[in-house]
Design a protein. Structure first.
Length: 173
């Protein structure tokens, strides 16, 4: 391993299937907004410590699949724990910070918020639930949200293809 490619910490072994850069498209909606199509890029990386570094950005797509406006962005850390447990910390530029607790079972991850904190100017977000998993070679996920007075319900889902491994090359991590 080089300094640019540190050896993976043994603790991240249950999550190594996520490593790399993923791109794809999805759909979204909520009772308080119009339904939409979006594109997304998610990157999972590591620096040899017992966590993954996570970054996600998305943009609205027009009917032809062209990017027309930026949407959401989030960054954070995924910390695998003993016995398949998982702790995830996410920060959003909209003033929201979330802590998720979940479980990793093979290539399936289920998690729900344990804590949502927000700045004074942030939207009222109460809870979230996320499901990630491999569908063939693709990364699929669904995100349920409780916000702005609405109960927990489906918000967005997407299917992403790995476009680069951890080393930046196409394919596996």
């Amino acid at each position: 391993m080089t300094a640019d490619e540190p050896e993976a910490h043994p603790a991240i072994a249950p999550l190594t299937f996520l490593l790399g850069r993923w791109e794809g498209a999805g759909i979204g909606g909520y009772p308080t907004i119009e339904s939409f199509r979006f594109g997304q890029e998610i990157t999972f990386s590591h620096i040899g410590k017992p966590y993954l570094i996570y970054a996600s950005r998305s943009w609205r797509l027009d009917d032809d699949g062209n990017k027309v406006a930026p949407l959401a962005m989030e960054t954070g850390f995924w910390r695998p724990q003993p016995e398949g447990r998982l702790e995830v910390m996410l920060a959003h530029p909209t003033g929201i910070v979330e802590i998720y607790l979940g479980e990793v079972t093979g290539t399936k991850i289920e998690m729900a918020t344990d804590l949502v904190a927000a700045t004074e100017s942030a939207k009222d977000v109460r809870a979230g639930r996320r499901l990630y998993g491999l569908v063939g070679a693709d990364l699929a996920y669904a995100f349920d949200l409780a916000a702005v007075g609405q109960p927990l319900q489906p918000h967005i889902s997407a299917q992403l293809k790995r476009v680069a491994g951890l080393d930046g090359q196409p394919g596996q991590p």
